[in-house]
Write a protein that binds this ligand. Structure first.
Ligand SMILES: [Zn+2]
Length: 363
């Protein structure tokens, strides 16, 4: 017997971007959200469909307390974030909001990656490395440049053992921390490489900055949750605090002492320049009560996740995305960022509900 207030969680998750978008729009419409579709006209989806970031809002336009929840910053990770957003809407979490509170859900910040089941956007950009100041010199990329021929070769010869042997040799010489930082810290000089931050603001970057600035202009209290997958223990949502250490302390008061400090180096992620937290803190005034987290759900071990990203990168840069290798590589990407596991999905929704509830209720 089903409880009307508890949606079928599995039915809130989707197998394609168009399916996810349709479910999101219909759930939000039924729940009384205002909808705005922002089209990315620079790209199309896997089946040629138009691509949109959909912004669903509820509550007074001039509310002083704003809660922003985003999905799909890293494309394929949006299948998880979308399922969470749809589940929470269908469960009635936003049916009665506290006075003077506005909830804003952005579905598919990077709709290209969502549709094509890639972590990057239409320009091979990792959006969470793209929010740097492109008018000044980019962060140093020499560590990545040194490892690029090993980590992302054009010819994968006797694959993947060949790659892994060279990688292990590199790690033996330089250490795992140096490897993690060199590969995933972000780079700005190899446009066909991994964790490329771009050389100019991407379409999603502009869309996010415009929205955040608009929301921040009216709020005095601003909460931000960006949903991700691919790092940490299976099904566990690590709360990565955004901003400086004092920003993270504010986040810890809202989401708990287990919010980790990215800048302080105590999280599962490499130290990263140009993440979306930068846009958030650029948008808010220094005296505003603003706090944000990336809610990062674990899937597979880091070696498997990196392996999927390397295959995906190879397919886009040197392979044939419509060829015979594509379906096995897409499956690796789904395994790494969107596990086909009912208990994982139920667990991520539960943790999203807690985090969003804390963001709405925090004083
Ligand atoms: Zn991510």
């Amino acid at each position: 017997m089903s409880d009307a207030s508890m949606p079928d969680v599995e039915a809130c998750f989707s197998a394609s971007y168009p399916e996810a978008r349709t479910k999101f729009l219909s759930a939000c419409e039924a729940a009384g959200f205002e909808l705005e579709a922002v089209q990315n006209t620079t790209a199309t989806g896997r089946d040629g469909e138009a691509l949109y970031a959909d912004i669903a809002s509820k509550g007074p336009k001039d509310a002083s307390h704003v809660v922003l929840v985003t999905s799909g910053t890293h494309g394929i990770e949006g299948y998880c974030g979308s399922g969470c957003q749809i589940s929470l809407v269908q469960a009635g979490l936003f049916a009665t909001l506290p006075t003077d509170t506005r909830i804003v859900l952005v579905h598919a910040v990077n709709p290209y990656g969502f549709s094509h089941q890639r972590r990057v956007n239409e320009e091979n950009i990792d959006l969470n490395r793209n929010f740097v100041d492109h008018m000044s010199s980019h962060p140093d990329s020499s560590a990545y440049e040194a490892i690029h021929p090993i980590i992302a070769p054009a010819d994968y010869g006797d694959r993947p053992e060949h790659w892994d042997g060279e990688v292990l040799t590199w790690i033996g010489a330089h250490g795992m921390d140096a490897f993690r930082q060199a590969v995933s810290g972000g780079q700005y000089t190899c446009p066909d490489g991994l964790f490329f931050g771009g050389t100019a603001p991407s379409w999603s970057n502009g869309m996010v900055r415009t929205l955040m600035q608009s929301l921040a202009s009216k709020a005095t209290r601003f909460r931000f949750i960006d949903i991700h997958t691919g790092l940490g223990p299976f099904g566990h949502g690590e709360k990565l605090g955004l901003g400086t250490s004092s920003d993270v302390k504010r986040a810890q008061r809202i989401w708990g002492a287990d919010v980790t400090d990215l800048a302080g180096g105590d999280s599962v992620s490499a130290v990263v320049a140009g993440d979306m937290g930068g846009a958030f803190f650029d948008a808010v005034s220094p005296d505003m009560d603003a706090a944000g987290i990336a809610l990062e759900y674990g899937t597979q071990d880091p070696v498997s996740v990196l392996g999927a990203l390397r295959w995906d990168n190879w397919l886009a840069a040197h392979g044939d995305p419509a060829g015979s290798d594509a379906s096995a590589i897409k499956q690796k990407m789904r395994d790494a960022f969107y596990p086909d596991d009912g208990s994982w999905r139920a667990s991520v929704v539960d943790q999203a509900r807690s985090a969003v509830t804390q963001a709405i209720n925090a004083s």
